[in-house]
Write a protein that binds this ligand. Structure first.
Ligand code: UT7
Length: 323
């Protein structure tokens, strides 16, 4: 039988500091009513100085390992999806490797904005299927609060900080052969790079870099592309909408999430929503939502879970996983 990967554990980390819409509206020309009505966001977490991408990624990864009953000795690869790495190098993934006491294997950061976790999951699944690694940590960790333009009310109210992680391991003969990562599909359209981007980078002189977004255009692409990605995932596995137990979507906007749920014919209580409390945590949003719904017992072993995300690039994708 070909090698499959099992999603064996999930974990998340959110910074201690919570910032409500009301608090933001004291310094930004906005209101709780506008933010809630247009996005569903009520609050977000903002990182303190010590809550770096590697710090939060380490905490989420440690929780995922504990959830899986695994240890540092089981980790052959660490793939950390982020648009806000602590340093140009070394990779934040390797800071996590050191902090967890992982002595073997390799790691790297992956840049695919809000689709980063789906991309990283796809790469890790491929490494396991190829027999190159047996255990992989897949992490999304972001500190968007450090790249927001506080003069741009159209974007600065939308994002939050946090990290989520999963531990993937190669299936063994003891595993139910229906379990595992059934498929991943990832896509990109580089010609749309200028509708959602950061206008600077470590390598650019005098440009710290701020997030810029043409929200309406991104919204339009998100609804179309994510619907296509979901149909692609189901078709590839010979499954129907009714087979899905849970949708764990990227948490950018409750209106996009609701549209996806409706397209799939899923009742609202089968769609995991965290955007109200976390806002958009980019690459961290899907694994954070997954960790929450696994942790509180909503998602159970054997459930079929559809993950999807879209972000700057444009980059997007889906993953279908039986827990
Ligand atoms: O994670 C990556 C993927 N990202 C997404 O999927 C995000 C997709 N886009 C969106 O979620 C939505 O487009 C936004 C939430 C970003 C914006 O919602 P919108 O309904 O598209 O609003 P808009 O940008 O068209 O702005 C509508 C109005 C404007 O005023 P006028 O021109 O109609 O007078 C804005 O100036 O709302 C105004 N506005 C605000 N008002 C109060 C924009 N931001 C704010 C604000 N507070 N924070």
């Amino acid at each position: 039988m070909p090698i499959r990967s099992i999603l064996a554990g999930c974990g998340g980390y959110l910074p201690e500091r919570i910032v409500t819409n009301e608090e933001l509206s004291r310094t930004v020309d906005t209101s709780d009513a506008w933010i809630q009505e247009r996005t569903g966001i009520r609050q977000r977490h903002f990182a303190a100085k010590h809550e770096t991408t590697a710090f939060m990624g380490t905490a989420a990864a440690a929780a995922a390992l504990a959830d899986a009953g695994a240890t540092a000795a089981d980790v052959d690869a660490i793939i950390l999806a982020t648009s806000t790495p602590d340093q140009a190098f070394p990779a934040s993934a390797l800071r996590v490797q050191a902090a967890l006491g992982v002595k073997q294997g390799f790691g790297f950061d992956l840049s695919a904005a809000c689709a980063g976790f789906i991309y990283a999951l796809s790469v890790a699944d491929g490494l396991i299927r190829a027999g190159q690694v047996r255990g992989a940590l897949v992490i999304g960790s972001e500190v968007y609060s450090r790249i927001l333009n506080w003069q741009d009310r159209g974007t600065c109210v939308l994002f939050g900080d946090g990290a989520g992680a999963v531990f993937l391991r190669a299936a063994t003969a003891a595993d139910d052969d229906r379990r595992g990562v059934l498929s991943t599909h990832i896509h990109a359209q580089g010609t749309l790079g200028d509708i959602l981007y950061v206008d600077g980078a470590v390598g650019q002189p005098d440009k710290p870099g701020h997030l810029v977004m043409h929200g309406r255009e991104v919204f339009r692409h998100a609804v179309t592309r994510l619907a296509e990605a979901v149909e692609e995932a189901l078709a590839a596995n010979g499954l129907r909408h009714t087979d899905i137990d849970w949708l764990v979507p990227h948490q950018a906007n409750s209106r996009i999430i609701e549209a996806m749920g409706r397209k799939l014919g899923l009742p609202a209580d089968r769609v995991v929503v965290t955007v109200d409390r976390h806002a958009n945590t980019s690459a961290a949003s899907v694994p954070l939502a997954l960790a929450e719904a696994r942790g509180d017992g909503r998602i159970k072993p054997g459930d079929l879970v559809l993950l999807e995300a879209l972000g700057g690039g444009l980059a997007w994708g889906s993953a279908l996983v039986r827990l």
